[in-house]
Design a protein around this ligand. Structure first.
Ligand code: ANZ
Length: 815
């Protein structure tokens, strides 16, 4: 009897699958297409971690499941090779980013292959290939031509450690999401992409895709659409005005002060001489704080009076103008109308500086605020609002808006939290932005036939502290001529963020080697939207949002056939260390997948273990014992098949029990896989194996369904443990790969515990008997009767006048 040795069978089958091109997706195939996409990795120096394995294993299980339903499955893989991690790794190891990328990708590829994933490797690429980034640059130029890529001098987030500008999405709690360094502000001339032009589309498009609500909500909140009013206040003794964005214009009679952000351009102009010193020192302190610190709800509010006053347009009340750091320069107009009677932050501020408090609803004084600093004014009638007193919130709000507009003091305004996407990076290892700066013609697109603008080979690529890209030092590369006038001109030296290449990579899988377009239109039409996209929850407001934006723009340009890139999205949970903390190199608690495979347990056991750990979307600790457990399961399956092959018992009776076990398992595993319940599917397989051992103990492979049962078990196991399933399938005499066999179907009749015998009569005469699940309905019984050849012989060609049905006993066709 052969021993189960994954080290032997796994490489053997991996090689065979490659030779047979088993996982090659076929363009224009008549079968229905199915694209299973997982986020492609950064080829870091550390190799694959368990998070990768979790994602790619889930993707592989689903891809195999669909392939066994005879779909034309595309399960691709590539490398997101540009960006900071590779550059930092290269600097640390004193090699070029190119060499680092080559080495790391070779390692990733080897590791991915060792897990037996069914990727179509013929479509692989890396974003740092000039043949690939040529198209990233080309797509960027489409934005540029439409005015959606533009330059602006703005205060951006700057990571002093990585020495680069960052987008808002890359700053999490005031820190750079990659290196955790506290982010500073720096004013630089930047390229931006006008993602705000797509803010509403990005919200609306979510209605047409299948995303879990927590992912959709996170995007909606990030975009942060607010419907409000810009109200303009005159400044006393000045021709200047202050406009404040408010979502609560109904509270306008309660405004008792104005607050400007310390950075507001009016601050310098309106501050009176005797308040200058105070104001200036306050601004200094505010600038040293991060936005997060400034917005911290629990923080005590601070501010200073400017000495100036504004006039409330609704009632001509004179109100003091303050500055305070809880007002952000980057949101709305950078000015707030202070309504301490209705707004918690304004309330705290007024309390501290003894400013008057007027509430504009019939609420119970400030009881709510003192207890929880929260109150829902929408539930109350208006108060202290002159002619609007006593009106219901909704009605009053509408009427006040009409009055504000009539007074020409304001207008409706839609405000977004989303800002335009800062697209410049001051780093070497990225796509050069394909722009040439000419004295006379400004920023000019590099002509299409000159793409790609290749990254020059350089010795020195470390980032500078000045905010200038290292490319700026390479004069022979920088100096060029203007494509319009031919006069001397300079290349743009900023590069794109690593989110650029990943914003459209899925489309390249449809046509990975095309060098005349980014992808052939016919292939784009055939493959359409990605059917299922699996990725990290942490990418919801980064990559996932960015790529939806790019795709929507491409759709508007007529470049792609679908309005959304991904028909469905799921986010897998994170794997923690066994002690429930984050796995990290510094803590030395990182589990290396290769070690598990090499230890003799093999890839199949690891794939099962990781899928058995927890529901797919849950963050969960790794369990070191789990692989031993799943290895044992595979060992038992192996033994079952080996013993069957050497058994001598003659197959005899049919076994209802064996049928029941198998049909029930098919049903359970199928419906679990439809819903991505990988862990419960594996539990069902474990139970199935246990039950097979029980039946075997009883009849020692005598039932005639054994061969079918074992093959069915292997098919159900195949998506999870593809190597052992393939090996045993062949041992049972199959010649085609199990992975292109048809997924087994179950029949309900075998699953139900009790079957009954029903008598079939035609015109009252006994014509046959059928065995069917107890309680089966009349339609099922009639169908079974027709399926019975003998009975059908009496029925065919007859007109059925009546059918008499006695449940669980008899059916009589009157013809
Ligand atoms: C007066 C008021 C009274 C407000 C009230 C709210 C409730 P969202 O929903 O997030 O858009 N605000 C406006 N600009 C701001 C800025 N730059 N920094 C800090 N806060 C700002 O919030 C809109 C509300 O946030 C606005 O409506 C304004 O306060 C404040 F009972 O105006 B409100």
């Amino acid at each position: 009897m052969q021993r189960y040795n994954p080290k032997e069978i796994e490489p053997k089958w991996q090689e065979a699958w490659t030779t047979d091109q088993l996982y090659k997706a076929v363009d224009f195939d008549a079968r229905q297409k199915y694209i299973m996409l997982t986020e492609f990795p950064y080829p870091s120096g550390a190799g694959l971690h368990l998070g990768h394995i979790r994602e790619y294993t889930y993707g592989d299980i689903l891809a195999r499941f669909k392939r066994m339903h005879n779909l034309n499955v595309l399960y691709p893989m590539g490398y997101d090779a540009f960006g900071l991690p590779t550059e930092n790794y290269a600097i640390k190891n004193k090699i070029s980013p190119q060499q680092a990328t080559d080495e790391n990708i070779a390692n990733f590829r080897r590791e991915l292959e060792s897990l037996g994933y069914g990727f179509d490797w013929t479509r692989s690429f890396r974003t740092s290939d000039p043949e690939y980034y040529k198209w990233t640059q080309w797509l960027f130029l489409q934005f540029f031509k439409e005015g959606l890529a533009y330059q602006d001098e703005i205060a951006i987030n700057w990571c002093p450690y990585c020495r680069t500008g960052l987008s808002n999405e890359e700053v999490i709690n005031g820190r750079h999401e990659r290196c955790d360094t506290l982010v500073e502000k720096k004013t630089l001339k930047q390229w931006l992409l006008k993602i705000t032009a797509y803010a509403d589309r990005l919200i609306d498009g979510l209605k047409d895709v299948d995303y879990p609500s927590r992912i959709a909500d996170q995007q909606i909140n990030w975009i942060g659409r607010s419907d409000g009013v810009d109200v303009t206040f005159k400044i006393e003794n000045s021709d200047k005005t202050i406009t404040a964005f408010t979502t609560a214009h109904d509270t306008i009679y309660g405004v008792t002060f104005m607050v400007l952000a310390p950075e507001h351009t009016l601050v310098k102009e309106i501050t009176t001489p005797e308040h200058k010193a105070h104001v200036n020192s306050y601004i200094k302190v505010a600038q040293s704080k991060t936005e997060i610190e400034r917005q911290d709800e629990g923080k005590e509010k601070t501010g200073v009076f400017t000495g100036a006053y504004a006039i409330n347009p609704i009632n001509n009340e004179k109100i003091p103008i303050w500055i305070a750091d809880y007002v952000l320069a980057s949101y709305g107009t950078g000015a707030v109308m202070g309504v301490p009677g209705e707004d918690a932050r304004d309330y705290e501020f007024a309390q501290k500086y003894e400013l008057p408090i007027i509430y504009t609803t019939e609420q119970q004084e400030f009881v709510n605020y003192q207890t929880e600093l929260k109150h829902n004014r929408k539930k109350y009638k208006l108060a202290n609002s002159e002619e609007f007193n006593g009106l219901d919130f909704k009605v009053g709000r509408q009427k006040i808006l009409e009055k504000i507009i009539e007074l020409k003091a304001g207008q409706s305004k839609v405000q977004y939290k989303l800002h335009d996407w800062i697209f410049s990076r001051q780093h070497y290892w990225g796509e050069p932005i394909p722009i040439i700066h000419c004295q006379d013609h400004g920023a000019v697109a590099v002509p299409e036939d000159q793409l790609p603008v290749k990254l020059p080979d350089v010795e020195q690529y470390e980032p500078t502290a000045t905010g200038e890209s290292p490319l700026a030092a390479i004069t022979e590369w920088v100096n060029t001529t203007c494509p319009i006038c031919g006069k001397p001109a300079q290349r743009e030296t900023d590069t794109m963020p690593n989110w650029a290449g990943s914003s459209w990579y899925y489309l390249r899988y449809y046509d990975a080697h095309n060098d005349s377009v980014f992808a052939d239109r016919k292939k784009l039409d055939y493959w359409g939207a990605v059917d299922m996209y699996l990725g990290g929850m942490e990418h919801t407001t980064l990559h996932l949002l960015y790529s939806r934006f790019w795709h929507q723009f491409f759709y508007d340009q007529g470049l792609v056939p679908t309005p959304e890139p991904y028909a469905a999205r799921r986010g897998q949970g994170i794997i923690l260390a066994a002690d429930n903390t984050k796995m990290s190199k510094s803590k030395g608690n990182v589990v290396n997948p290769s070690d598990i495979i090499d230890s003799g347990y093999g890839a199949d056991a690891l794939r099962l273990a990781i899928s058995f750990l927890a529901p797919y979307d849950q963050t969960t600790p790794w369990s070191p014992e789990s692989v031993a457990g799943t290895h044992r399961l595979l060992q038992r399956v192996w033994t079952l098949v080996q013993e069957f092959q050497t058994q001598t018992a003659e197959p005899k009776d049919s076994s209802p029990q064996l049928n029941r076990i198998m049909h029930r398992t098919i049903k359970k595993v199928s419906s679990d896989l439809d819903r991505m319940n990988f862990n419960t599917a594996i539990a069902a397989l474990m139970e199935c194996v246990n039950e097979l051992y029980h039946v075997k103990a009883k009849d020692n492979y005598a039932a005639k369904e054994w061969s079918w049962s074992l093959k069915t078990l292997l098919q159900l196991l195949a998506p999870f443990a593809p190597h052992i399933a393939e090996e045993l399938w062949h041992q049972l005499g199959q010649t085609e790969s199990i992975h292109i066999s048809l997924w087994p179907a179950y029949e309900e009749q075998y699953i139900v515990e009790n079957t009954v015998t029903i008598i079939i009569q035609v015109n009252g005469k006994l014509r046959g008997e059928i065995s069917i699940a107890s309680g089966a309905d009349q339609a099922a019984v009639e169908k079974a009767a027709w399926d019975n050849k003998k009975v059908a012989g009496y029925l065919e060609g007859q007109t059925i006048r009546k059918t008499i049905y006695v449940p669980n006993k008899l059916v009589n066709f009157v013809v």
